[in-house]
Design a protein around this ligand. Sequence first.
Ligand SMILES: N[C@@H](CCC(=O)N[C@@H](CS)C(=O)NCC(=O)O)C(=O)O
Length: 247
Amino acid sequence: MARILYKMDASPPARTAMMVADLIGLELELRDLHPLLREQDQPEYFKKNPMRTIPILEDGDFCLADSHAIAIYFLEKYGKKEHEYLYPKDERKRATINQRLFFDCGILFPRLRDVMAPTYTGRMTELLRYNKLMIDDAYKTLEAYLSETLYLADHEMTVADICAVTTVSTLDGLHPVDEKRFPKVKQWLQTMSQKDVCKRINEDGYKMQVFNLKATMEINKEKQVDGAHNNRCPLAFISLGDYKDPV
Ligand SMILES: N[C@@H](CCC(=O)N[C@@H](CS)C(=O)NCC(=O)O)C(=O)O
């Protein structure tokens, strides 16, 4: 039975799920679900994921949301011996990887979302000083992790790196990693970007997201100059009837 992943290529969490599946050779039927058009609010998708986010996995009669949970499910259920490096069985290694995944879920990605939500709802025209400080603060944490091990949780690449690179590559396009302050993050990002899986699945998607965000900020600027009404509701509750896809 086909496993269906509801996704958009520009979505960092969706790319995490796609990259992990690719690394373990797991076939997915990919279906686009557009969060800006609130397609995930429709009853059939709400039932699959009441959080109303993408990605969503449908594996037969089993539905799962959240990229971190999906990545772990893929590795535990479908990963073979040769994929164990992505999520080693050793308790301490696994615990460290889990911690990095929770860091992405609770801190790193929300700092990108703090830019995405107000931008796509017409309220942000450029990154605020606060956003830059918070993004640098996350880079600082990553720098510390990378001072302990070559990759984020181990001396070889794990699922923690796959997950974080989808967010960090996008953040870097908006607020570049300062090589002087965060040399290890810069190096790690370069190393990860060279990986075949990143080139095939992450690169176009993060570039699209960065382009869309910058283009939408320009549109928001023009709207403000025109004195047009700006929607001030949080992303989860708005209707994006006046949103125009910049690409
Ligand atoms: N923790 C979630 C975050 C997913 C998420 O926020 N996805 C965005 C797209 S990049 C979304 O669906 N946003 C819609 C919303 O927040 O209402 C995950 O890792 O899957």
